[in-house]
Design a binder for this molecule. Structure first.
Ligand code: F6P
Length: 552
C-alpha cells in the first residue's frame, strides 16, 4: 500500500480537480446526452440489480475512483482480509466474518487452528438446538416445551439478529416467537417479560465479551425473574439459559454451564457477528435451512467481492460512490431508504456496521489524524413513510444526501395493488431526486393549473427542485433469506473498502470506551450524599439534581 496520505495520492488529487471541473454537470443532462447510461452504469448479482446511473458522476469519475481504489491497495487489502491476516491492527486480530459463511473448506488456518471445522461444529450445535426446538423437544424446567426465545444482547449482539428476524418475519416457524432485549432501561426487559411465560421461555445471552454491563444487568434480572416465576432454584437455569460468547470463563462466572454455550472467536467482530453463534436466535425462529440460506447469500457476495473486476464489483462501486460524495462533494450523511417495511431495522443495523467501523479520525498506523472526511452519518427509514417526513429536505434542502433505495419485485405480503404503489413511489422518488424541476417547468405547471401570472411568479421559485441528487437503487426479486444475506454482505464489504481508502482501522471501536468508563464512575455517585467532586460543573449539577429529584 502506498505510504502517501490518501489525500495526497495522484488519484485523490485528480478527483479533486475532476470534482471542481464537473461541479455544474447535471445528471439529467447526462441521461439526455447518453441513452445508454443505464446499461453502462449498473451491475448485477443473480436476482439483484444495482443501478447507480442516477449518481451525479461520469464515466471519468468512475475511472478516477477505480484508480483511487488501486492506489489505495484495495485489491491487496481484500486479499489480506480474506486470507486471515491480522488486519485489525490495534487488536492484532484477523477479520474473518467471511469464514463464517464459507460454503466449503478453503484450508484457512488462524492462530494455528483450521477455521472451517471450528465453524461447522458450532453450526451443528445451532442446528441441533434449532431442530429440538422445532420438534417441541426442548423442554423447560417444568417439562413444558419452549415456545419463546429472548435474545439479550446489545450492539452487534442485538442489531443483526433483530434486523434479520424482522426482515424475515414471514419465514418464522409456526409456534415459535423471538424477542429481543438490549437497552439497560428496565422498560425494555419489563416489556418483553410481560409477553412471555417463564416455563416456556429460553434466554439467549448474546455477548462476545460477556462483560458488557447492559447485557449482564439484563441477564441477571431475567434470571431472577425466571427463578421467581418458577419458584425454582439455580438448577432451573440450565434449562432456560444459553450463552453465545467467546468468553467461557465469563459464561461460567454468570452461572451458565459451558455445555449450554455456543462459541465464536475473537476474529469475528461484534458488528459482523450475526453469521456466528450470535445468530442462534435466527436459527431458532427461522429454522436452520433459512439461516443456512442467509449464510449462502452472504457467501455469494463474498465470491463476487473477491472475483468481480473493480468496475463491476458492487461493494467496491458502492464504496467508491460514497467516497466521491463524502470527500469530493461535501455530503456528510448517507441515507438508507428501504421500500420494504420488514427492513425497518436495516438502517439502524447499518448505523452500527458503518459508523462504529469507519467513524474514526486516526490513521491505521496511529501516526496522524486524517485530514479528510471518513465515515458519514448513516440514517434512514422505510419508504413510503419517509416521504412524509424528511424527503422535503432531500429534494429541496441545501445539503447533499446520497441515498440508497432498496425494493423487491415481489412482496413478502401481497395485498391488492399495495406493492405496485410502493414500487411506483420508490422509482418516482429516485427519478425526482435526479431530474428535479426547473423554474421554467414550475411556471408551466402552475400556469396550466389556471393560476394568474402574479401567483405563478410568486410560487414558482418554491416549486423548483434542483435535482442532481444521487441515488442507488437495489432491485431484487424478493426479500428472502438468501437475498437478505447478499444485501448485508454488500454493505459489509462496502464498509471495508471505504476503511481501506480512508486508511482507518474499521475493526476496533475504541470510541465507545470513554463513556462506559465514566458511567462506571458516576453510578456509585448517584447514591452518594455529599458534594459531587471530580466532575465539571454541569455533570456535578446533574448528579446532584438527579439525587434530589429521585427523592421526590
Ligand atoms: O458498542 C461497543 C460494542 O463493543 C460493540 O462493538 C458490540 O457489538 C457491543 O458493544 C456488544 O458487545 P458484546 O457482544 O461483547 O456484549
Amino acid at each position: 500500500m502506498t505510504a502517501l496520505t490518501p489525500s495526497q495520492t495522484p488519484a485523490w488529487l485528480a478527483l479533486e480537480a475532476h470534482a471542481r471541473a464537473t461541479a455544474t454537470l447535471h445528471t439529467r443532462a447526462l441521461f439526455d446526452a447518453d441513452p445508454q447510461r443505464f446499461s453502462r452504469m449498473h451491475a448485477e448479482l443473480p436476482g439483484l440489480l444495482f443501478d447507480y446511473s442516477k449518481h451525479a458522476v461520469t464515466a471519468e469519475t468512475m475511472a478516477l475512483l477505480q484508480d483511487l481504489a488501486r492506489e489505495r491497495g484495495v485489491p491487496e487489502a481484500r486479499a489480506a482480509m480474506l486470507r486471515g491476516d491480522a488486519i485489525n491492527v490495534t487488536e492484532h486480530r484477523a477479520v474473518l466474518h467471511t469464514a463464517l459463511r464459507a460454503q466449503s473448506d478453503t484450508g484457512l488456518v488462524v492462530d494455528g487452528q483450521p477455521v472451517y471445522p471450528l465453524v461447522q461444529a458450532e453450526l451443528a450445535k445451532m442446528q441441533a438446538l434449532s431442530e429440538r426446538l422445532g420438534r417441541g423437544e426442548l423442554l423447560g424446567h417444568t417439562g413444558e416445551p419452549i415456545t419463546d426465545i429472548v435474545n439479550i444482547g446489545i450492539g452487534g449482539s442485538d442489531l443483526g439478529p433483530v434486523m434479520v428476524s424482522e426482515a424475515l418475519r414471514p419465514f418464522w416457524r409456526e409456534g415459535l416467537r423471538a424477542h429481543f432485549v438490549s437497552n439497560v432501561d428496565g422498560a425494555d426487559l419489563t416489556g418483553v417479560l410481560g409477553r412471555v411465560r417463564a416455563a416456556t421461555t429460553l434466554f439467549l445471552i448474546a455477548s462476545k465479551t460477556f462483560t458488557t454491563d447492559e447485557t449482564l444487568t439484563n441477564a441477571h434480572s431475567a434470571r431472577a425473574w425466571l427463578l421467581h416465576q418458577l419458584g425454582a432454584g439455580p438448577e432451573a437455569v440450565a434449562k432456560h439459559f444459553v450463552a453465545l460468547s467467546t468468553n467461557t470463563a465469563g459464561v461460567v462466572e454468570f452461572g451458565i454451564d459451558p455445555a449450554n454455550m455456543l462459541e465464536f472467536w475473537d476474529w469475528v467482530g461484534g458488528r459482523y457477528s450475526l453469521w456466528s453463534a450470535i445468530g442462534t436466535s435466527l436459527a431458532c425462529v427461522l429454522g436452520m435451512e433459512h439461516f443456512d440460506a442467509l449464510l449462502a447469500g452472504a457467501a455469494d457476495v463474498d465470491a463476487h467481492f473477491r472475483d468481480a473486476p473493480l468496475d463491476q464489483n458492487i461493494p467496491v462501486l458502492m464504496a467508491l460512490l460514497g467516497v466521491f460524495h463524502h470527500n469530493f462533494r461535501g455530503a456528510a450523511t448517507h441515507a438508507v431508504l428501504p421500500y420494504d417495511q420488514h427492513l425497518h431495522r436495516f438502517p439502524a443495523y447499518l448505523q452500527q456496521a458503518d459508523m462504529e467501523s469507519n467513524g474514526k479520525r486516526v490513521r491505521r498506523s496511529g501516526e496522524d489524524v486524517v485530514g479528510y472526511e471518513t465515515g458519514p452519518v448513516v440514517w434512514g427509514e422505510p419508504g413510503t413513510n419517509g416521504q412524509h417526513a424528511f424527503y422535503q429536505l432531500l429534494h429541496q434542502g441545501t445539503g447533499v444526501v446520497p441515498a440508497d433505495f432498496l425494493v423487491a419485485a415481489r412482496s413478502q405480503c401481497p395485498l391488492g395493488r399495495h406493492h405496485d404503489k410502493l414500487v411506483a413511489n420508490c422509482f418516482a422518488q429516485t427519478e425526482a431526486l435526479m431530474r428535479g424541476r426547473t423554474l421554467a417547468e414550475a411556471r408551466a405547471e402552475l400556469r396550466s393549473s389556471g393560476l394568474p401570472p402574479d401567483e405563478v411568479e410568486r410560487l414558482a421559485p418554491h416549486k423548483v427542485f434542483p435535482g442532481n441528487r444521487s441515488t442507488s437503487t437495489f432491485l431484487y426479486e424478493q426479500l428472502d433469506p438468501r437475498t437478505l444475506g447478499r444485501l448485508i454482505a454488500l454493505y459489509e464489504h462496502k464498509i471495508f473498502v471505504q476503511g481501506v481508502i480512508w486508511d482507518v482501522n474499521s475493526y476496533d471501536q475504541m470510541g465507545v470506551e470513554l463513556g462506559k468508563q465514566l458511567a462506571k464512575a458516576i453510578l456509585p455517585e448517584l447514591d452518594g450524599q455529599g458534594e459531587v467532586l471530580g466532575h465539571d460543573a454541569s455533570t456535578a449539577a446533574l448528579i446532584t439534581r438527579y439525587r434530589d429529584l429521585r427523592r421526590g
